[in-house]
Design a protein around this ligand. Structure first.
Ligand code: NAP
Length: 248
Protein backbone atom coordinates (compact mmCIF):
# COMPACT_ATOMS: atom_id res chain seq x y z
CA UNK A 1 0.00 0.00 0.00
CA UNK A 2 1.42 3.36 -1.10
CA UNK A 3 -0.52 6.43 -0.13
CA UNK A 4 -0.32 9.93 -1.56
CA UNK A 5 -1.88 12.18 1.06
CA UNK A 6 -2.85 15.66 -0.12
CA UNK A 7 -2.45 17.70 3.02
CA UNK A 8 -2.11 21.13 4.53
CA UNK A 9 -4.40 20.48 7.51
CA UNK A 10 -4.06 19.15 11.04
CA UNK A 11 -6.19 16.13 10.12
CA UNK A 12 -3.80 15.29 7.28
CA UNK A 13 -0.87 15.33 9.69
CA UNK A 14 -2.74 13.09 12.14
CA UNK A 15 -3.72 10.68 9.39
CA UNK A 16 -0.14 10.54 8.08
CA UNK A 17 1.09 9.61 11.57
CA UNK A 18 -1.65 6.99 12.00
CA UNK A 19 -0.89 5.36 8.65
CA UNK A 20 2.86 5.38 9.16
CA UNK A 21 2.28 3.85 12.60
CA UNK A 22 0.56 0.98 10.77
CA UNK A 23 3.53 0.48 8.48
CA UNK A 24 2.02 2.17 5.44
CA UNK A 25 4.26 4.01 2.98
CA UNK A 26 2.92 7.58 2.94
CA UNK A 27 4.00 10.66 1.03
CA UNK A 28 2.30 13.86 2.17
CA UNK A 29 1.90 16.63 -0.37
CA UNK A 30 1.78 20.34 0.41
CA UNK A 31 0.99 23.15 -1.98
CA UNK A 32 3.94 25.27 -0.86
CA UNK A 33 1.92 28.43 -0.24
CA UNK A 34 2.92 28.86 3.42
CA UNK A 35 6.49 29.92 4.15
CA UNK A 36 7.05 27.72 7.19
CA UNK A 37 4.44 24.96 7.07
CA UNK A 38 3.73 22.54 9.90
CA UNK A 39 5.17 19.30 8.55
CA UNK A 40 3.74 15.81 8.98
CA UNK A 41 5.87 12.84 9.91
CA UNK A 42 7.15 10.80 6.98
CA UNK A 43 7.99 11.76 3.42
CA UNK A 44 6.85 15.16 2.17
CA UNK A 45 6.75 16.65 -1.31
CA UNK A 46 5.97 20.32 -1.87
CA UNK A 47 4.40 22.11 -4.84
CA UNK A 48 1.62 21.67 -7.38
CA UNK A 49 1.39 18.71 -9.77
CA UNK A 50 0.33 20.66 -12.83
CA UNK A 51 -3.44 20.11 -12.71
CA UNK A 52 -5.33 16.82 -12.70
CA UNK A 53 -3.26 15.38 -15.55
CA UNK A 54 -0.06 16.09 -13.68
CA UNK A 55 -1.51 14.50 -10.56
CA UNK A 56 -2.63 11.41 -12.52
CA UNK A 57 0.87 11.09 -14.01
CA UNK A 58 2.40 11.36 -10.55
CA UNK A 59 0.09 8.61 -9.25
CA UNK A 60 1.13 6.30 -12.09
CA UNK A 61 4.84 7.12 -11.99
CA UNK A 62 5.08 6.73 -8.22
CA UNK A 63 2.91 3.57 -8.26
CA UNK A 64 0.55 5.08 -5.72
CA UNK A 65 -2.16 2.61 -4.65
CA UNK A 66 -4.38 4.99 -2.62
CA UNK A 67 -4.99 8.71 -2.99
CA UNK A 68 -6.22 10.62 0.07
CA UNK A 69 -7.46 14.18 -0.12
CA UNK A 70 -7.25 15.70 3.36
CA UNK A 71 -6.91 19.27 2.15
CA UNK A 72 -8.67 22.29 3.60
CA UNK A 73 -12.46 22.51 2.99
CA UNK A 74 -11.91 25.66 0.91
CA UNK A 75 -9.22 24.11 -1.29
CA UNK A 76 -11.73 23.26 -4.02
CA UNK A 77 -9.39 23.09 -7.01
CA UNK A 78 -7.11 20.39 -5.65
CA UNK A 79 -10.18 18.34 -4.64
CA UNK A 80 -11.60 18.59 -8.17
CA UNK A 81 -8.19 17.59 -9.50
CA UNK A 82 -8.02 14.64 -7.10
CA UNK A 83 -11.39 13.36 -8.32
CA UNK A 84 -10.35 13.67 -11.97
CA UNK A 85 -6.91 12.14 -11.38
CA UNK A 86 -8.45 9.25 -9.46
CA UNK A 87 -10.82 8.38 -12.29
CA UNK A 88 -8.10 8.88 -14.93
CA UNK A 89 -5.57 6.64 -13.13
CA UNK A 90 -7.88 4.15 -11.43
CA UNK A 91 -6.30 4.93 -8.06
CA UNK A 92 -9.10 5.00 -5.43
CA UNK A 93 -9.72 8.30 -3.66
CA UNK A 94 -10.55 8.78 0.02
CA UNK A 95 -11.74 12.25 0.95
CA UNK A 96 -11.33 13.51 4.52
CA UNK A 97 -13.22 16.71 5.41
CA UNK A 98 -13.80 17.89 8.94
CA UNK A 99 -17.41 18.98 9.49
CA UNK A 100 -18.32 22.65 9.30
CA UNK A 101 -19.29 24.70 12.33
CA UNK A 102 -22.81 24.51 13.73
CA UNK A 103 -24.68 27.69 14.56
CA UNK A 104 -26.16 27.80 18.07
CA UNK A 105 -29.45 29.60 18.81
CA UNK A 106 -27.76 32.71 20.27
CA UNK A 107 -25.12 33.06 17.55
CA UNK A 108 -25.57 36.14 15.33
CA UNK A 109 -24.21 34.63 12.12
CA UNK A 110 -24.93 35.62 8.53
CA UNK A 111 -24.05 32.96 5.97
CA UNK A 112 -22.87 34.07 2.53
CA UNK A 113 -21.91 31.95 -0.48
CA UNK A 114 -18.76 33.80 -1.53
CA UNK A 115 -15.98 35.99 -0.20
CA UNK A 116 -17.24 38.82 -2.43
CA UNK A 117 -20.59 38.68 -0.63
CA UNK A 118 -18.76 38.72 2.70
CA UNK A 119 -16.82 41.81 1.63
CA UNK A 120 -20.04 43.54 0.56
CA UNK A 121 -21.63 42.88 3.96
CA UNK A 122 -18.51 44.05 5.81
CA UNK A 123 -18.39 47.27 3.78
CA UNK A 124 -22.08 47.89 4.51
CA UNK A 125 -21.82 47.22 8.24
CA UNK A 126 -21.81 50.03 10.83
CA UNK A 127 -18.50 51.89 11.10
CA UNK A 128 -15.96 50.09 13.26
CA UNK A 129 -13.29 47.40 13.20
CA UNK A 130 -13.66 44.18 11.25
CA UNK A 131 -11.68 41.13 12.35
CA UNK A 132 -10.89 39.31 9.12
CA UNK A 133 -9.62 35.72 9.22
CA UNK A 134 -10.46 34.52 5.72
CA UNK A 135 -6.82 34.14 4.61
CA UNK A 136 -4.40 36.44 2.87
CA UNK A 137 -5.43 35.48 -0.65
CA UNK A 138 -8.97 36.70 0.03
CA UNK A 139 -7.87 40.17 1.12
CA UNK A 140 -8.28 41.75 -2.30
CA UNK A 141 -12.09 41.47 -1.97
CA UNK A 142 -11.92 43.91 0.96
CA UNK A 143 -9.44 46.33 -0.63
CA UNK A 144 -12.14 48.76 -1.76
CA UNK A 145 -13.50 49.41 1.73
CA UNK A 146 -12.04 52.62 3.18
CA UNK A 147 -14.91 52.97 5.65
CA UNK A 148 -13.74 50.37 8.17
CA UNK A 149 -10.60 49.49 9.99
CA UNK A 150 -9.57 45.88 9.37
CA UNK A 151 -7.75 43.65 11.79
CA UNK A 152 -6.31 41.05 9.44
CA UNK A 153 -5.05 37.78 10.90
CA UNK A 154 -3.03 35.61 8.52
CA UNK A 155 -0.25 33.03 8.72
CA UNK A 156 2.00 34.85 6.26
CA UNK A 157 2.05 38.59 5.46
CA UNK A 158 -0.27 39.96 2.80
CA UNK A 159 1.33 40.04 -0.64
CA UNK A 160 -1.48 41.61 -2.65
CA UNK A 161 -4.12 44.34 -2.34
CA UNK A 162 -5.29 45.05 1.22
CA UNK A 163 -7.93 47.33 2.76
CA UNK A 164 -6.53 50.87 3.04
CA UNK A 165 -6.89 50.92 6.84
CA UNK A 166 -5.66 47.69 8.31
CA UNK A 167 -3.61 46.20 11.14
CA UNK A 168 -1.91 42.92 10.31
CA UNK A 169 -1.63 40.15 12.88
CA UNK A 170 0.59 37.23 11.93
CA UNK A 171 -0.51 34.15 13.84
CA UNK A 172 -1.28 30.49 13.45
CA UNK A 173 -3.81 28.62 15.57
CA UNK A 174 -4.84 27.02 17.79
CA UNK A 175 -6.51 29.96 19.52
CA UNK A 176 -8.05 30.07 22.99
CA UNK A 177 -11.30 31.69 24.06
CA UNK A 178 -9.45 33.96 26.49
CA UNK A 179 -7.04 35.04 23.76
CA UNK A 180 -9.83 35.74 21.28
CA UNK A 181 -11.83 37.70 23.86
CA UNK A 182 -8.77 39.79 24.69
CA UNK A 183 -8.03 40.46 21.02
CA UNK A 184 -11.59 41.51 20.22
CA UNK A 185 -11.82 43.72 23.29
CA UNK A 186 -8.43 45.36 22.73
CA UNK A 187 -9.32 46.32 19.17
CA UNK A 188 -13.01 46.99 19.83
CA UNK A 189 -14.01 44.59 17.06
CA UNK A 190 -17.49 45.27 15.68
CA UNK A 191 -17.72 42.47 13.09
CA UNK A 192 -16.01 39.11 12.56
CA UNK A 193 -15.67 37.95 8.97
CA UNK A 194 -14.47 34.42 8.50
CA UNK A 195 -15.13 31.22 6.58
CA UNK A 196 -16.59 27.90 7.65
CA UNK A 197 -13.31 26.08 8.04
CA UNK A 198 -14.67 23.92 10.85
CA UNK A 199 -12.66 22.14 13.52
CA UNK A 200 -11.73 22.86 17.11
CA UNK A 201 -8.47 24.72 16.59
CA UNK A 202 -9.98 28.00 15.36
CA UNK A 203 -13.54 27.91 16.72
CA UNK A 204 -12.75 30.11 19.76
CA UNK A 205 -13.24 33.30 17.74
CA UNK A 206 -16.87 32.34 17.16
CA UNK A 207 -17.47 31.73 20.86
CA UNK A 208 -15.76 35.03 21.69
CA UNK A 209 -17.87 36.91 19.15
CA UNK A 210 -21.01 35.40 20.61
CA UNK A 211 -19.97 36.29 24.15
CA UNK A 212 -19.24 39.91 23.16
CA UNK A 213 -22.34 40.30 20.98
CA UNK A 214 -20.21 40.76 17.86
CA UNK A 215 -22.01 39.70 14.67
CA UNK A 216 -20.30 37.21 12.35
CA UNK A 217 -20.27 36.90 8.57
CA UNK A 218 -19.44 33.33 7.58
CA UNK A 219 -18.53 32.23 4.08
CA UNK A 220 -20.09 28.87 3.18
CA UNK A 221 -17.89 26.02 2.00
CA UNK A 222 -17.60 25.31 -1.68
CA UNK A 223 -19.70 22.21 -2.53
CA UNK A 224 -18.02 18.84 -2.97
CA UNK A 225 -17.80 17.53 -6.52
CA UNK A 226 -20.93 15.59 -7.58
CA UNK A 227 -21.23 12.11 -6.13
CA UNK A 228 -18.33 12.51 -3.73
CA UNK A 229 -18.88 11.77 -0.05
CA UNK A 230 -16.40 12.64 2.64
CA UNK A 231 -15.07 10.93 5.74
CA UNK A 232 -15.68 13.32 8.63
CA UNK A 233 -12.81 12.13 10.83
CA UNK A 234 -9.40 10.53 10.72
CA UNK A 235 -10.99 7.40 12.21
CA UNK A 236 -13.48 7.18 9.32
CA UNK A 237 -10.71 7.69 6.78
CA UNK A 238 -8.68 4.90 8.37
CA UNK A 239 -11.75 2.66 8.18
CA UNK A 240 -12.24 3.44 4.51
CA UNK A 241 -8.59 2.66 3.87
CA UNK A 242 -9.09 -0.74 5.46
CA UNK A 243 -7.72 -0.15 8.93
CA UNK A 244 -9.51 -0.41 12.24
CA UNK A 245 -9.28 3.03 13.80
CA UNK A 246 -7.59 3.46 17.14
CA UNK A 247 -7.72 7.24 17.39
CA UNK A 248 -8.66 10.39 15.52
P1 NAP B 1 -6.65 25.08 -4.24
O1 NAP B 1 -7.12 26.43 -4.65
O2 NAP B 1 -7.63 23.97 -4.19
O3 NAP B 1 -5.45 24.59 -5.17
C1 NAP B 1 -4.72 25.45 -6.01
C2 NAP B 1 -3.56 24.66 -6.58
O4 NAP B 1 -2.57 24.47 -5.57
C3 NAP B 1 -3.93 23.28 -7.06
O5 NAP B 1 -4.45 23.30 -8.36
C4 NAP B 1 -2.60 22.56 -6.95
O6 NAP B 1 -1.73 22.94 -8.04
C5 NAP B 1 -2.00 23.18 -5.72
N1 NAP B 1 -2.26 22.41 -4.50
C6 NAP B 1 -3.26 22.62 -3.59
N2 NAP B 1 -3.15 21.77 -2.57
C7 NAP B 1 -2.06 21.01 -2.83
C8 NAP B 1 -1.41 19.96 -2.13
N3 NAP B 1 -1.86 19.53 -0.93
N4 NAP B 1 -0.32 19.40 -2.69
C9 NAP B 1 0.15 19.84 -3.90
N5 NAP B 1 -0.41 20.83 -4.60
C10 NAP B 1 -1.50 21.41 -4.06
O7 NAP B 1 -5.94 25.14 -2.82
P2 NAP B 1 -5.70 26.40 -1.86
O8 NAP B 1 -7.01 26.85 -1.32
O9 NAP B 1 -4.78 27.31 -2.59
O10 NAP B 1 -4.94 25.69 -0.66
C11 NAP B 1 -3.61 25.26 -0.86
C12 NAP B 1 -3.23 24.33 0.27
O11 NAP B 1 -3.33 25.03 1.51
C13 NAP B 1 -4.11 23.11 0.36
O12 NAP B 1 -3.27 21.99 0.41
C14 NAP B 1 -4.90 23.28 1.64
O13 NAP B 1 -5.05 22.08 2.34
C15 NAP B 1 -4.08 24.28 2.43
N6 NAP B 1 -4.92 25.25 3.16
C16 NAP B 1 -5.84 26.00 2.50
C17 NAP B 1 -6.63 26.89 3.19
C18 NAP B 1 -7.69 27.70 2.50
O14 NAP B 1 -8.38 28.48 3.19
N7 NAP B 1 -7.89 27.56 1.20
C19 NAP B 1 -6.48 27.01 4.57
C20 NAP B 1 -5.52 26.23 5.24
C21 NAP B 1 -4.75 25.35 4.51
P3 NAP B 1 -1.60 22.02 -9.34
O15 NAP B 1 -2.87 22.22 -10.11
O16 NAP B 1 -0.39 22.56 -10.02
O17 NAP B 1 -1.43 20.61 -8.86
Amino acid sequence: MRVLLLGGTGEARTLAAELIGRGVEVTSSLAGQVSNPALPVGAVRIGGFGGSEGLASYLREQRVTHLVDATHPFAATITRNAVAASSRSGVPLTLLRRPGWTQRPDDDWTWVPTIVDAARLAAGSPAGTVLLTTGRRDLAAFAGDAGHHYLVRTVDPADGPTPPRYTPILARGPYTLDGELALMREHAVTLLTTKDSGGALTIAKLYAASELGVPVVLVERPPLPDGLTACASVAQALDQLGFGATSG
